[in-house]
Design a protein around this ligand. Sequence first.
Ligand code: FAD
Ligand code: AMP
Length: 475
Amino acid sequence: MSDKFDVIVIGAGPAGYVAAIRAAQLGLKTAVVDAFVGKDGKAALGGTCLNVGCIPSKALLDSSKQFHNLTHNFKDHGITAENPQIDIGTFIGRKDKIVKQFTGGVTMLFKANKVTSFFGKGKLLKGNEVEVTGNDGTVSKISATNVILASGSVPIELPFAKFDGTHIIDNAGALDLTAVPKRMGVIGAGVIGLELGSVWKRLGADVTVLEALPKFLAVADQDIAKMAAREFAKQGLDIKVNAKVTSAEVKGDEVHIGYTDKDGAAQSLVVDKLLVAVGRRAYTAGLLADDTGVKLDERGRIVVDEHNHTGVDGVWAIGDAVRGPMLAHKGSEEGVMVAELIAGKPGHVNLDTVPWVIYTEPEIAWVGKTEEQLKEEGIPYKTGAFPFAANGRAVAMNEGIGQVKMIAHAETDRILGVHMVGPVVSELIHECVVAMEFKGSSEDLARIVHAHPALSEVVHEAALSVDKRAIHKGN
Ligand code: FAD
Ligand code: AMP
């Protein structure tokens, strides 16, 4: 007889651990199986996000931003320092401490909520049994009325640029370098490539980002993407679009990269470190016995319906392992929804209002549809935009860069999308998420009082600008 739970969650990333806590809050007897091994060789809850993703990248982005400000921007404030240095050991150590604080926090939350934690690899068997293989090789079985699969994702590896952990690295490698590389190559100008490329650029590396697509940040609104590209170029981040990498060879301490340019001509680049950031894929290796009935789609993701049910009785899947944006908060909300559905409550996640953030400098954030998508879908729209350069707070902060662009339906004025590049837009976007969740119009935001001077006045003015009545710029 195996131990019986109401809910077993496989995977303790932001999707799985949140699902487990919510299930336990609702009185369900809950267990989590997670296999992640931290830097110290011990079990570390929190998955990719807490260990090698969102949290450590933000820690390094913040430290490197401070250094960059000291070496480049503080002089505008009259602040100078002689020969500023950064100690990479302390820089990485601070990040490790933050990671430990948060992974340890999940352990404490599990204890507080009476979630049982198993350390090892979980495999779903037929009949909602889960086989747990501990790191020491011991095998045990537990079972539950409901199993939530939250196995997350892993970096995509290019066949010609296999990760070696030293010269050709993934996100985890780029978060743990022991010295600033002189030359760094990044394959892929996506969120991860831009964030981690920025970290090492700010510390002095020559960073070249190679992107196969002809457009920079094709997923983002192109007005915003173009503005961001200009800023990155000013910072010396060399982003080459139409650059499809076809080979990478480690020669001594160098990586020799071959790529084709927009004319198909062969080009080459030599770097000291190569970060491969060409996206992530759902991780399901060893997760499912052959006869569970759980299906995978053509991209290897677990197939689910709009309630994240797999179609197999009592089996659900959430987070990066299923369709939808690979973002921590999306997975967490799916976790809450599934726990509530299991407990007999209503639950839903609105994938149309999931905010996206890229924590570069300036930051990029958006919610809803881009202008390009609306054009393609034939939806009539009107736009308004306002620059941070005309905002008192942004200029006082020496960060008058970027803009907020709002898109509303041409007839109903309902907000369809908001796109931002500029200071702290990772926070500003949420006013727009709330407005969109409440089916708000640009006029709703235009008529709300915003504090002065505040960065959020740019959102207010962008809303006014949709109706061509922004106050602090020409319309
Ligand atoms: P994961 O976090 O991948 O967790 C899955 C867990 O399941 C892992 O611990 C894994 O070991 C475990 N597991 C897998 N299979 C098994 C098994 N069979 N048995 C037991 N355990 C198993 N997203 C954001 O929203 N904001 C950001 O700023 C952000 N920054 C990022 C920066 C980087 C460098 C990276 C790589 C990602 C970033 N992301 C960010 C994406 C974010 O990390 C993911 O969307 C998120 O972690 C997905 O959560 P998840 O719970 O689905 O999976
Ligand atoms: P994301 O999926 O947002 O992490 O972004 C990954 C990026 O990597 C995408 O924009 C891809 O176009 C890009 N990419 C994938 N393969 C290659 C390649 N061989 N050379 C250059 N860029 C690539």
